[in-house]
Design a protein around this ligand. Structure first.
Ligand SMILES: C[S@@+](CC[C@H](N)C(=O)[O-])C[C@H]1O[C@@H](n2cnc3c(N)ncnc32)[C@H](O)[C@@H]1O
Length: 290
């Protein structure tokens, strides 16, 4: 190809592409490249929040364009890892939405009591607060010894923090309030030891928890569960990815298995609406019926 061919190609290019078209192309190329290079698939994340996060990362890396970020991510694994961390919104709390945990005690625990063995999966567990909440709840209901909790996330950094079971002491006031509202029956301080500005959860809470990396966009089912919690994760996915993940959960739940979603999520408008009945519509607790 001669240099004049390049000139012709340039002339054929849609040089009047609007800013937003350019941005869409840059985002698509970035996500496609990340998928091919690193195996992480963000191509079916909901666009508005994805776009905000990408720009946030462009600025935090002191860059000006998404193409600039693409170059850096492609050549610098650390930059890619910071990107994953930034994209995985890790906001969480102990006994987040306390009423959900109260209803779980009332409506789900009696069913779990009848099982010889309980397997629970927390998909997208972030830094582990939801998982320790479940361990405490099961302990108080006398079910922890026959339970295994699988805590997974795509974000390795969050998982490391979850494994350590350390949280800032300044959060304890809110967490104690949530614990009591969630129907906690003891003194919350029994479950941790304070050290300087942090608290560490009692080791017995960790003994039946298995922490592991798992990506809902690319990985498969790995066990059969009586309960799956996946809260405040699928709000960041588009419809295609939500349906994929619901397929994964449906495959992974035993008959009459329980699916718990986040306050802003629902089984409705997915391909699996008819496979569940609501145990508590308000708190997004569903039971698999077929
Ligand atoms: C907002 S947190 C939710 C934490 C907890 N479930 C709660 O409701 O408090 C969302 C979590 O989903 C994880 N996540 C996002 N995309 C994921 C994926 N494709 N596979 C697994 N985890 C994912 C993020 O890393 C983050 O830790």
């Amino acid at each position: 190809m001669s240099s004049s061919d390049f000139i012709d190609l340039e002339e054929d290019m849609p040089y009047d592409a609007s800013e937003s078209e350019r941005e869409n192309i840059e985002i698509e190329l970035l996500l496609e490249g990340i998928h091919r290079l690193y195996g992480y698939d963000f191509r079916n994340y909901a666009v508005p929040s994805l776009r905000r996060r990408i720009w946030h990362h462009v600025h935090s890396e002191q860059l000006k364009t998404i193409s600039g970020l693409q170059e850096k991510i492609f050549h610098d694994r650390d930059c890619f890892e910071r990107f994953v961390y930034n994209l995985s919104i890790s906001v969480t709390e102990m006994f987040r939405d306390p009423n959900l945990f109260r209803v779980f005690r009332e409506k789900v625990i009696p069913m779990l009591r009848t099982y010889p063995y309980i397997r629970i999966w927390h998909a997208g567990c972030s830094t582990g607060e939801e998982v320790y909440s479940m361990a405490i709840l099961l302990h108080e209901e006398g079910l922890y010894d026959k339970a295994r909790i699988y805590a997974t996330d795509m974000n390795d950094r969050s998982l490391q923090m979850a494994k350590e079971g350390i949280v800032g002491i300044q959060k304890m006031k809110q967490y104690t309030k949530n614990y009591l509202e969630a129907g906690g029956t003891r003194s919350f301080s029994e479950y941790y030891t304070a050290k300087y500005n942090s608290v560490i959860f009692q080791p017995f809470l960790r003994k039946n928890i298995i922490f592991s990396e798992h990506n809902l966009a690319t990985d498969r089912s790995f066990n059969e569960f009586n309960v799956i919690f996946c809260r405040n994760v699928m709000i960041y996915f588009d419809e295609t990815l939500r349906n994929r993940v619901h397929g994964l959960f449906h495959e992974s739940l035993s008959h009459f298995g329980i699916l718990v979603l986040g306050a802003k999520e629902s089984i409705h408008f997915t391909d699996f609406t008819d496979s569940y009945e609501a145990l508590d519509r308000e708190e997004k607790i569903y039971r698999k019926i077929k």
